[in-house]
Write a protein that binds this ligand. Structure first.
Ligand code: F6R
Length: 241
């Protein structure tokens, strides 16, 4: 695990965007795995700026998002579909047909999960996966005690995750209790992974991630078994290392 500490959130966003830019420079048709949440918003802003300056091209890029809430229509402002449109896709030249986000509204979620998994395989696998980390160590919505062998699946969100994500909703009751998420196995098959964290609030979990053993109740710890992971954090998130 390669830990890179940068000064602050701005530096974190610039560094992550720079790594994505290099990836696309060498491999313009890369498959990117993308995350939602607060952490990557700054990175997406830098990518949009680079695009406006003509310094990055998403034309041939294929994207797969990590997760989506169950039961939210694409048009719902809290859906991750809406988040991705607002924070990245509406502002760059990514091809509509190349965007993949798990479908939170389906009559057959089992099939939906299988299709998502096979779409990733058909695309050649994820070249570069961006991850945030939950305070409980989740990656995607793979909550503590997840099966490390799980592929894309339906998950029940932890109380801690519901509590953490209520900031995006009118009330805690509005936060969906389930989601569809890439599994740990799906994430681990990515060729490269960048896990990002910012702020004092993430210092405890980053310290556990870096120092503790691999254990299912800290899902992100599985990344120790991956050969190409960058843990990109700011000084505040690194303060307990
Ligand atoms: C988002 C996701 C989550 C977040 C994590 C951190 O697609 O899969 O694992 O990355 O909850 O969220 P923030 O960045 O809001 O602290």
């Amino acid at each position: 695990m390669n830990v890179i500490v940068v000064k602050d959130y701005e530096a974190l966003s610039k560094t992550a965007a720079g790594l994505i830019q290099s990836q696309l420079m060498w491999s313009p048709d890369s498959v990117l795995g993308l995350a939602t949440g607060s952490t990557p918003v700054g990175t997406y802003k830098v990518l949009i700026d680079l695009f406006k300056k003509g310094e990055i091209n998403f034309e041939d890029v294929v994207t797969f998002n990590l997760d989506e809430y169950l039961g939210l229509e694409k048009s719902n402002e809290q859906s991750y579909y809406h988040f991705m449109r607002e924070n990245l896709f509406n502002h760059v030249n990514v091809n509509e047909d190349h965007i993949h986000i798990p479908n939170g509204i389906s009559d057959d979620f089992e099939q939906e999960c299988l299709n998502y998994e096979s779409d990733i395989v058909k695309a050649g696998g994820i070249d570069l996966q961006i991850l945030g980390i939950g305070h409980n160590g989740h990656i995607g919505f793979n909550e503590p005690n997840v099966e490390f062998e799980a592929k894309t699946h339906i998950v029940s969100l932890d109380e801690e995750t519901i509590e953490a994500n209520k900031r995006f909703f009118d009330s805690v009751e509005d936060v969906p209790k389930k989601a569809i998420s890439m599994g740990i196995k799906t994430i681990m098959r990515s060729k490269k992974i960048i896990l990002m964290a910012s702020g004092q609030g993430k210092a405890d979990i980053i310290s556990k991630l870096v120092k503790d053993d691999i254990r299912p109740n800290l899902p992100a710890s599985v990344l120790h078994l991956h050969e190409n992971v960058i843990v990109l954090i700011d000084e505040a998130a690194a303060s307990k290392l």
